[in-house]
Design a protein around this ligand. Structure first.
Ligand SMILES: [Zn+2]
Length: 375
């Protein structure tokens, strides 16, 4: 049986081109994970998600534990079978979403007690329960249960929260146990405080994980502050394990983070934007709601090979968006996910070729040009 492993195939500056091997298939890194919150990447069939080039999906523990319930999914054969995705799945721990979505939260050393935003029922999430839920789901990459304050937060709050998360990381490790073929990732916290990020990284490394996430970023601090943190945070984590920047991000966030040594990403942006008429392209964002597209027979991006761009005009995309047709979400989500995966492939190729800086320069130059002029 294939065990979980990570190897670095090439480096360019701080960036790494690697591969994560799991019993459910390989994950090429740097990797982007589409978000399948409620056991579906909205508006996409799993086969279509795979066609865009995704090697792995992300599922949300918080949503799935509330509806339809982890025990129910386990009885139905696990999350892979339930949603018809047989490749790797990473699940978050529920910690972030319980803090952002639930009602009447009570945070203690033990865990978080809260009311469901779905039906008001009361639940308790602890490191042990989070590990159990992620095991019931059948997740391939399990995340430690952690707590993360919204930024800006004062240093005292950040230190206290980070140290609690490190105690929970120990409990997560103990509860996870030994599960060959499955991985447990630790999550670095510490806000924008370099010494606290360092203390967190040391605490995690001494426990020992299969991979390490950088948590607590992309929570409102802005790109400049995030990059300033990423100038040191990835380097504090073990070099020989994958590094995952949680909840990031926009295409330019990803390019900058890869240049700083990050290997894995997830974000709702490409799928969520697809449902609001926003296309993410090599020219930057294009809003198909805009009347300038009404008579435009050209594809969204003439160089893109996705079904949206090869088969439909901007005029059609504008029409179905304005008419509220379901195909609008389907086509734009497909394009956006395709664009993200093509960007990741470009980054991987550039690292292998040792041309990452030139790739990033070209990426920024095309976006600076902006969208093609109206017809
Ligand atoms: Zn396209």
């Amino acid at each position: 049986m294939t065990r979980f492993s990570y190897s670095i195939l090439a480096r360019d500056g701080l960036a790494r081109r690697g591969v994560i091997s799991t019993p459910r298939g390989e994950i090429r890194t740097p990797a982007f994970m589409p978000v399948g919150t409620a056991a579906t990447v909205k508006a996409m069939l799993p086969g279509s998600v795979r066609e865009t080039g995704a090697d792995i999906l992300l599922g949300n523990t918080y949503h799935l534990m509330l509806r339809p319930g982890a025990e129910r999914i386990a009885r139905l054969g696990g999350l892979h079978r339930f949603m018809d995705w047989d490749r790797p799945i990473l699940t978050d721990s529920g910690g972030f979403q319980v803090m952002s979505l639930s009602e009447l939260r009570k945070l203690t050393e033990e865990g978080v007690r809260f009311r469901s935003h779905v039906d008001g029922s009361e639940h308790m999430l602890t490191p042990e329960r989070s590990m159990e839920i992620q095991r019931l789901l059948g997740s391939d990459i399990v995340m430690c249960f952690d707590e993360c304050p919204a930024l800006p937060a004062d240093r005292e709050r950040i230190v206290e929260s980070m140290r609690l998360s490190m105690r929970w990381a120990r409990r997560s490790r103990d509860a996870f146990g030994d599960r060959p073929g499955h991985a447990l990732f630790g999550i670095q916290q510490g806000g924008l405080e370099e010494d606290m990020r360092g203390e967190s990284a040391e605490a995690l490394a001494s426990i020992g994980f299969d991979g390490y996430a950088i948590g607590g970023l992309a929570v409102g601090e802005g790109q400049e502050a995030m990059f300033a943190c990423l100038d040191y945070a990835p380097g504090q984590l073990p070099d020989d394990k994958p590094r995952y920047l949680m909840g990031v991000g926009k295409p330019d966030d990803i390019v900058g983070a890869v240049q700083r040594g990050v290997d894995m990403f997830d974000c709702v942006l490409p799928s969520r934007s697809g449902r609001t008429g926003q296309a993410l392209t090599r020219f930057g964002a294009v809003n198909l709601k805009n009347a300038r597209h009404r008579d435009d027979p050209r594809p969204l991006d003439p160089e893109c090979t996705c079904p949206c761009c090869t088969r439909y005009s901007r005029a059609y995309l504008h029409h179905v968006m304005r008419s509220g047709e379901i195909i609008s979400s389907m086509l734009l989500t497909w394009h956006n996910l395709h664009y993200y995966q093509e960007l990741m492939q470009g980054l991987r190729d550039a690292i292998e070729a040792g041309t990452l800086d030139a790739f990033a320069e070209g990426f920024h130059a095309r976006r600076a040009e902006g969208d093609m002029a109206p017809v």
